[in-house]
Design a protein around this ligand. Structure first.
Ligand SMILES: C[S@@+](CC[C@H](N)C(=O)[O-])C[C@H]1O[C@@H](n2cnc3c(N)ncnc32)[C@H](O)[C@@H]1O
Length: 244
């Protein structure tokens, strides 16, 4: 089976994907989102993400094996990923030939943290819904790519409440949403998140500004079985509003 077919065999089942399903996808090559390159938008918008500060502590929720983590660490930032799949995390370290140590996480049952690069890179292997500021700390910036859109709609508010609790008062988020339409009924993941939904989820504490968008022809071509008539990646910058 091709990677896309492996993915669809799980993503189109009636029930929501469990963390065991995600692990199965990683083990069986069903990860069509995984790229062998840094996201060009991270390179383009790094100054907006960090406010041009150095040594920023950046969270990548639902990080998978994204190359973005290494790119940020190489630029002197402190990077924390959260990922349920052990296979994804091991793949990241073996791809980049980075040595790491593994420790248990105080306060989260059955969780491990993979530490590398003098602890400037830490990947927590656990359910994102289990993390708190006490267990993983606070962040200056959050790079949310392929994360909110992977969360089932009925758990979005819970996810955003955790994100809000982890961001420091001057912090910034860059968020990718996805908007898709298709001939065959396909719910997700990735799930469509409309612009109004972004406002509803993050208001009244955040202001946000549209950065960019693009039609993803590659995905539309790859997922012919679903028959996408539209597949749009949209990127927002968000920051916390302060009382005057
Ligand atoms: C669509 S992928 C995106 C990965 C990465 N952000 C990227 O852009 O390449 C979603 C990832 O979230 C992980 N995941 C899904 N639900 C999770 C949860 N509740 N807690 C932690 N990780 C989760 C999956 O294993 C998968 O690696």
């Amino acid at each position: 089976m091709e990677g896309i077919d492996v993915y669809l065999s799980r993503a189109t089942k009636d029930d929501r994907l469990t963390n065991d399903d995600w692990e199965w996808l990683w083990k069986n090559g069903g990860t069509p989102w995984a790229k062998d390159a840094v996201n060009p938008w991270l390179v383009q918008y790094i100054d907006e993400l960090t406010s041009k500060r150095e040594g920023v502590r950046i969270l990548l929720p639902l990080c998978g094996d994204t190359f973005d983590m290494k790119w940020l660490v190489d630029r002197g930032h402190r990077v924390v990923g959260v990922e349920a799949s052990e296979t994804a995390i091991l793949k990241f370290f073996s791809t980049h030939e980075i040595e790491y140590k593994v420790e248990p996480v105080e306060g989260i049952e059955n969780a491990s943290v993979y530490k590398a690069c003098d602890d400037r890179l830490q990947i927590f292997q656990c359910d994102f819904f289990a993390v708190t500021k006490e267990t993983i700390g606070m962040f200056d910036s959050i790079w949310d790519f392929g994360a909110l859109v992977a969360i089932p709609p009925e758990r979005r508010q819970e996810y955003v409440d955790i994100i809000k609790a982890l961001l420091s008062s001057k912090g910034r988020i860059i968020l990718e949403t996805i908007y898709h339409r298709e001939k065959n009924k396909f719910d997700g993941p990735p799930f469509t998140v409309e612009d109004e939904k972004v406002a509803e989820l993050y208001a009244p504490y955040f202001d946000f500004k549209f950065l960019t968008q693009r039609t993803n022809h590659e995905i539309m071509r790859k997922f012919t079985e679903i028959g996408f008539t539209q597949f749009l990646n949209v990127v927002f910058l968000m920051w916390i509003l302060h009382d005057e």
